[in-house]
Design a binder for this molecule. Structure first.
Ligand SMILES: [Zn+2]
Length: 468
């Protein structure tokens, strides 16, 4: 049996202190041993990958993405939440099923190059399931459900059919379900989805308490979601009554907050809301860049952690971040908390890296498989080189990872013991072919995208004039 020995200046097991001059021994899809290079290499007839001056660590876990929106990178023009949502829907309407597949696959390529080995991806079309599978990545694909009116069973029916079709068809990519948010899925629809998730034993993801506009709608039934977004969608919801409470308390009142649920964003939350999330066993996908990008605020990360809520880091889509660089997300998330709350104890570079690896795996219920370097776990690994000017010198690998490293320092991405990316080469996806498709698609999107209305432009602040 072929055994693979990976060696590096630093090995980060996450569940144990960093190992200088370390190694990881891999057999087939599993980690056999983690330790000092000298100890693991003695007497082993192994194929060796010497990563040299690098950090070898568990693959990064991105707990919230929308890979199918990757081609919408750079289209936001600084919009606030509701105008951004409307533009997103407008552009999505110009895309075919094949376009979403190209977009999702391009996002998977970006993940491979960024050292991400596991993604929890939310998808309207199902495209990311195929993209993750083709790219050799691990993850959960959450199928999105929408509908503020009409028969909830009818809204769920096509999603259930897709779920039955996809479930079990990949050993690495599993299926979840996502009632999109409290402002795009009705109470009855949340209940139907909850029942379906229990029956199918699948996890649930929901965008929750993301924006001030969502809180305003839930509390008083007013604001831009009601006055602009719903009319744009032509939803007949004139007689909709607000629950007159916070988004978190609304879903709790419905009884759908429970273990197995991942709440995405949770920016607009009170201390009471945080306590409810903790009591119900809900996990949080923390997306600091996207939250800032859309002007939605800063989520209370330290309060989540002190309440014992499992927290992972997510990039959200390229349409509200512009990159899917989880190393960049770690740095931004860490510094943002310090900027707002000061340099108090409790949040350290090591804690941030934990969130982007084992913490994320715990949020997704995958921590028995991935998230740390331990014998018996899946060989999902990432290596970050330390040879660049901006990563030299390195006194502490955690500090360098958080403050200096970025996606293009990743030199190796491995899932299930298979090298999917090494030294600039992606092996599982024909990258140059997809680059051409993405560029053709972007030209068509720019040409086809309906011009923003005068009203929406007035809400977008200063226009850059770069988009025709
Ligand atoms: Zn999202």
């Amino acid at each position: 049996m072929v055994v693979l020995l990976l060696t590096a200046r630093w090995v980060l097991p996450i569940t144990a202190p960093p190992i200088e001059d370390g190694a990881v021994l891999v057999q087939k899809d599993q980690i056999l041993a983690v330790g000092k290079r000298k100890e693991l290499s003695a007497g082993k007839d192994a194929k060796c990958i010497n990563l040299g001056d690098a950090i070898l660590m568990p693959g990064l876990v991105n707990v919230h993405s929308h890979l199918e929106l990757t081609v919408l990178r750079g289209t936001s023009r600084g919009q606030s939440f509701v105008p951004w949502l409307i533009s997103l829907v407008a552009r999505s309407r110009c895309m075919t099923e094949e376009d979403f597949q190209v977009s999702a696959t391009w996002g998977a390529v970006e993940a491979l190059r960024a050292g991400v080995t596991c993604l929890a991806d939310t998808t309207r079309t199902g495209a990311s399931f195929h993209a993750l599978h083709q790219a050799g990545l691990r993850g959960i694909t959450y199928l999105e459900v929408f509908g503020m009116h009409g028969d909830p069973a009818a809204a769920v029916s096509p999603v259930l059919a897709r779920l039955k079709n996809l479930k079990g068809s990949s050993t690495r990519v599993s299926i979840g379900i996502s009632p999109h948010s409290p402002y795009t899925a009705s109470g009855p629809l949340f209940l139907v989805v909850d029942e379906m998730a229990r029956q199918e034993r699948i996890p649930v993801a929901v965008h929750l308490a993301e924006a001030p506009a969502e809180s305003e709608l839930m509390l008083s039934g007013t604001g831009e979601i009601r006055s602009r977004f719903w009319p744009y969608l032509d939803w007949p919801v004139h007689d909709w009554q607000p629950p007159a409470t916070s988004p978190v308390k609304y879903l709790d009142r419905l009884g759908v907050l429970r273990p197995g649920t991942m709440a995405v964003h949770c920016v607009q939350v009170s201390d009471d809301d945080v306590a409810i999330l903790a009591q119900r066993g809900v996990a949080v996908a923390h997306c600091p860049v996207s939250n800032a990008y859309l002007g939605n605020g800063v989520a209370p990360l330290k309060r989540f952690l002190s309440a014992g809520i499992p927290v992972g880091l997510g990039t959200d889509s390229a349409a509200s971040n512009d990159t899917i660089d989880l190393l960049g997300e770690i740095k931004f998330g860490f510094l943002l908390q310090k900027a707002v709350h000061g340099c108090s104890e409790g949040l350290t570079p090591a804690r941030m890296v934990y969130m982007a690896t084992l913490g994320g795996a715990q949020v997704l219920g995958l921590s028995d498989l991935v998230g740390s370097l331990e014998p018996g776990k899946k060989a999902d690994l990432t290596a970050v080189q330390l040879t660049q000017v901006h990563t030299t010198p390195c006194y502490d690998p955690y500090v360098t990872l958080v403050h200096s490293a970025r996606a293009d320092d990743v030199v190796l991405t491995m899932v299930d013991g298979k090298v999917l990316y090494h030294n600039g080469m992606v092996f599982s996806v024909p990258e140059s072919g997809y680059r051409k498709k993405v560029e053709e698609l972007s030209v068509r999107l720019k040409k086809n995208h309906p011009a923003p209305t005068a009203k929406s432009q007035s809400l977008e602040g200063t226009k850059t004039g770069t988009e025709k």
